[in-house]
Design a protein around this ligand. Structure first.
Ligand SMILES: NC(=O)C1=CN([C@@H]2O[C@H](COP(=O)(O)OP(=O)(O)OC[C@H]3O[C@@H](n4cnc5c(N)ncnc54)[C@H](OP(=O)(O)O)[C@@H]3O)[C@@H](O)[C@H]2O)C=CC1
Ligand SMILES: CC(=O)N[C@@H](CCC(=O)OP(=O)(O)O)C(=O)O
Length: 342
C-alpha cells in the first residue's frame, strides 16, 4: 500500500513530530507540506532535524494545496481545522490534531474554546473501550489532547473495573513543547528553567471537559474532574498523577487485576511491574505509555500515574496509530516503543 499524506502545519511542533514519524513509516509517501506565516520557507530552516525533507518548500494552508492526497493531517491551532476540513472530500482521510472535533457537547466547546462547535469525529485514543471500532474505516479522526491522553489512559481501567467513585483529582506536569512553537513570554527559557509553576487552576483548563467526556463514558455516570496542570522545565513529556476515591471492597489485588485486564493486549501501554514508577525520560520520542497504579488503603484512594511524550503518543504518534487503524494497517506500523536514554 502507498499512502500519500499531506501535512498542514508542518512548521509547528506537532507537524514536525508527525513528519519525523511519517519518514519512518513504510507505507507513507510524504506529499504537500503547508505553513501559515512560514509559507514559502524551506522546511530545513524551520525543522532542521528533518534532513530528508530539508529542501521541501511550504505551501500556504489551503484546501487546494492539500487536495489529491489519501490522508491529510491538520496540525493547526484550535479553530482553524474545520474550515479546511469541510473543503476536503469525503473520500480523503482527515486526521485533525487540533481540538476542533474532540468534544461531543457543543456547550462545553463554546465555554472552553469560545467559538461555534464544528462537530464531533471518531476519537483517536484506540485503547479506550469502543474507540478502536469507531476508527476502523473512518475517514475522519479527532486526535485527543495531550493531557487527556495521559489522564484517560491512567484512570479508565479503574472506572471500567467499577472500582472508583466518580470524582477524580489530577495534577499533571508537562514539558514546554505542549504550548506550541509560537513565542510566549511565560515560556522564555529564563522563566521556565529551574522552575515549576501551575496554570489553568480551578477547572479552567480546556482539557477538563475532554477528560470528563472520556471517563464518564467508561464509568457510565458523570465523573467530576479537578485538573491542575503544571509547566515543567523540560522540552517534552507529561507525568500525570491521578487519584479517585476507591469504592467499598476495593483492594490492591482488584485494582491490579483491573489494570492488567485493560492493558493485556495493548502494544503501546506498559503497565509497569509493581514497585516501578513511570518517568517521562523513559518514553522520550516513543509512542509508549508507562502506567503504574497503587491502592492507598489508609486514604481509601486509587492512585494511577502515567508518563507519555506529549508530542508522540500525546499527538503525532496517536495520530499515526489511529491512521493505521482507519486504513486497516497494523496499529504499530511505523511507530516505536523504544525511548531515548539517558
Ligand atoms: N504541542 C503539543 O504537545 C500538542 C499539540 N497539539 C495540537 O496540534 C496543533 C498544533 O500545535 P503545535 O504544533 O504545538 O503548535 P505550533 O504553534 O508549534 O504550530 C502551529 C502550526 O499552525 C500554523 N498556523 C498558525 N496560525 C495559523 C492559521 N491562522 N491558519 C493556519 N495555520 C496556522 C503554523 O504555521 P506557521 O509557523 O507557518 O505560522 C504552524 O505550522 C494544535 O491544535 C495543538 O493543540 C495536540 C496535542 C499536543
Ligand atoms: C504546556 C502546555 O501549555 N500545554 C498545552 C496543552 C497542549 C495540547 O495538547 O493541547 P491541545 O492539542 O488541546 O492544544 C496547554 O496546556 O494548553
Amino acid at each position: 500500500m502507498v499512502v500519500r499524506a499531506a501535512v498542514a502545519g508542518a512548521s509547528g511542533y506537532a507537524g514536525g513530530e508527525l513528519l519525523r514519524l511519517l519518514l519512518a513509516h513504510p507505507e507513507v509517501e510524504i506529499g504537500v507540506l503547508t505553513g501559515h506565516s512560514n509559507a514559502g520557507q524551506r522546511l530545513g530552516t524551520l525543522q532542521p532535524h528533518l534532513l530528508p525533507l530539508a529542501d521541501r518548500v511550504l505551501a500556504p494552508t489551503t484546501a487546494e494545496a492539500l487536495a489529491g492526497h489519501d490522508v491529510v493531517f491538520l496540525a493547526l491551532p484550535h479553530g482553524q481545522s474545520a474550515a479546511v476540513a469541510e473543503q476536503l472530500g469525503g473520500e480523503v482521510l482527515v486526521v485533525d490534531m487540533g481540538a476542533d472535533f474532540r468534544l461531543e457537547d457543543a456547550a462545553d466547546w463554546e465555554k472552553f474554546y469560545g467559538s461555534a462547535h464544528a462537530g464531533t469525529w471518531p476519537y483517536g485514543l484506540p485503547e479506550l473501550p469502543g474507540a478502536r471500532a469507531a476508527l476502523e474505516g473512518s475517514k475522519r479522526i479527532a486526535v485527543p489532547g495531550c493531557y487527556p491522553t495521559a489522564v484517560s489512559l491512567a484512570l479508565f481501567p479503574a472506572y471500567a473495573g467499577g472500582l472508583a467513585e466518580p470524582e477524580a483529582v489530577i495534577t499533571a506536569a508537562s514539558g514546554t513543547s505542549g504550548a506550541g512553537k509560537a513565542l510566549k513570554p511565560h515560556l522564555l527559557g529564563s522563566e521556565v528553567m529551574g522552575s515549576m509553576s501551575p496554570y489553568g487552576v480551578g477547572g479552567g483548563h480546556r482539557h477538563t471537559p475532554e477528560m470528563i467526556q472520556n471517563l464518564s463514558a467508561v464509568a457510565g455516570e458523570r465523573v467530576t474532574v479537578s485538573f491542575t496542570p503544571t509547566l515543567a522545565p523540560m522540552p517534552r513529556g507529561i507525568l500525570a498523577t491521578c487519584s479517585a476515591r476507591a469504592k467499598p471492597g476495593t483492594t490492591a489485588d482488584t485494582v491490579r487485576a483491573a489494570y492488567e485486564k485493560a492493558y493485556a493486549d495493548e502494544p503501546f501501554v506498559h503497565l509497569l511491574p509493581e514497585g516501578q514508577w513511570p518517568a517521562t525520560a523513559s518514553v522520550y520520542g516513543s509512542n509508549a505509555v508507562q502506567i503504574q497504579v497503587a491502592h492507598d488503603g489508609a486514604a481509601g484512594r486509587i492512585i494511577a500515574i502515567s508518563a507519555i511524550d506529549n508530542l508522540t503518543k500525546g499527538t503525532a504518534g496517536g495520530a499515526v496509530q489511529s491512521m493505521n487503524i482507519a486504513l486497516g494497517l497494523d496499529q504499530t506500523t511505523g511507530l516505536s516503543t523504544i525511548g531515548v536514554a539517558p
